[in-house]
Design a binder for this molecule. Structure first.
Ligand SMILES: Cc1cc2nc3c(=O)[nH]c(=O)nc-3n(C[C@H](O)[C@H](O)[C@H](O)COP(=O)(O)OP(=O)(O)OC[C@H]3O[C@@H](n4cnc5c(N)ncnc54)[C@H](O)[C@@H]3O)c2cc1C
Length: 358
């Protein structure tokens, strides 16, 4: 029976012909990348679904320039960006397949069996994928939702954070969103003598009424039932096309359309959670749902890259063992379960003895 065998997939392999994936991994941060190259090195067809347009997770998006000094083997440190690039390259070399700009929506159990293993259907914002095992490696942080029409400009003039003092002095700015953060951003720009067009997809704003009143009072223009359909550069200004073909030019765009919420996702998946909202796992990194593993920040106490790697690798190997040699794991689980029962009986007996003494 195959076990710990490094069998790289063939470069000519036609992934489009697959009826199902062996493993689908959610998140291309440190945990997901480490898990993915481990399963792919063992010959498992592996797909990584990532909400952002790039791999790397927090080191790439939150501290790409910082020198990380606690990764073994890099005595002079390594930047978040370089570390992400290297790990991603290692995964693509192992023929891991990636889908970017795609968010996990939910995971369904299906009736379809493959070697007695019921297949799962991973549903994302762009499609769905049948697979045998899922590894959740999507971290706990809440990322701002991005707007594709503006994001494709790949410009420093498109902002996902509230403005800093002075950033927008006297500029024309479009603010996308109708919640409190969007209204706050609009007020801050207006207070710096900026001109604001607030683009709201719904019929009305959802943020605080008094903040909206300040926006209007200070000359902000509110466009409801309106979306940014596309955008391009006209010189160094952004030219946006809105619903109904209206055109608008601006110096900056601020997008405040909510966050990717990890908790919402976990609840939708019906996974057992810990008190702090992280995913509960067993000693094999498996969640309360069979065949779904969770690694890295999604559950961990110790939030470090090396820990996320180690967990990703371990879950990947357990997933591999379940696929290739399920009896090994079942026997070991049975054994662990018996030990857990003995432990429970002993602590029950001890508490009865204590009660008797009191
Ligand atoms: C400012 C800062 C500095 C740090 N410095 C260090 C350091 O020096 N050394 C160190 O070891 N650790 C450091 N850490 C911690 C470290 O970055 C994390 O522990 C590590 O990134 C966790 O990796 P992960 O893969 O579990 O999660 P993440 O890095 O959060 O990656 C999760 C990935 O999943 C994606 N995702 C989220 N939701 C979805 C969804 N619904 N569908 C699809 N994809 C999704 C995300 O976009 C992301 O790419 C630091 C953290 C911060 C915030």
């Amino acid at each position: 029976m195959a076990d710990f065998k490094v069998t790289e997939l063939d470069a000519d392999f036609d992934f489009d012909s697959l009826d199902y994936w062996d493993v689908v991994i959610i998140g291309a941060g440190p945990a997901g990348l480490a898990a993915s190259l481990t399963t792919a090195h063992r010959g498992l067809t592996t797909l990584v679904v990532e909400a952002k347009d790039k791999p790397g997770g927090q080191p790439q998006f939150l501290y790409s320039d910082k020198k990380i000094v606690d990764i073994p083997g890099f005595p002079d440190g390594i930047t978040g960006e370089e570390l992400s690039e290297r790990t991603f390259r290692q995964a693509t070399n192992a023929l891991v397949q990636f889908r970017f700009n795609e968010e996990l929506v939910t995971i369904e159990d299906t009736e379809q069996l493959e070697k007695d293993d019921p297949l799962k259907r991973v549903i994302t914002s762009q499609g769905s994928y049948l697979c045998r095992k899922v590894i959740m490696a999507c971290g706990l942080l809440h990322y701002p939702r991005r707007l594709a029409a503006l994001d494709q400009l790949n410009s420093k003039k498109v902002h996902y954070k509230i403005p800093k003092i002075g950033d927008y002095e006297g500029n024309q700015v479009i603010v996308v969103g109708g919640g409190d953060s969007a209204l706050d951003a609009a007020v801050m720009v207006l207070q710096r003598a900026g001109v604001v067009d607030l683009i709201v997809r719904g019929e009305a704003t959802s943020g605080k009424a008094d903040t909206l009143a300040r926006v209007v009072q200070q000359g902000g223009r509110v466009h409801t039932n309106t979306e940014v359909i596309s955008a391009e550069f006209a010189g160094d200004r952004i030219a946006a096309t809105l619903t109904g073909d209206a055109q608008i030019e601006c110096d900056h765009a601020i997008v405040q359309i909510g966050f990717l919420s990890a908790k919402e996702t976990f609840e939708r998946l019906n996974l057992k959670l810990n008190d702090d909202g992280s995913i509960a796992i067993d000693p094999y990194y498996e969640t309360s749902r069979r065949g779904i593993f969770a690694v890295g920040d999604v559950h961990g106490d110790i939030k470090l890259i090396a820990v996320a790697w180690a967990e990703g690798i371990q879950a990947a190997i357990y997933a591999f063992k379940e696929i290739t040699s399920p009896y090994w794991l079942n026997e070991k689980r049975l054994h662990d379960h018996k030990i857990a029962l003995i432990g429970e009986k002993m602590s029950h007996a001890a508490s009865q003895t204590l009660k008797g003494k009191n």
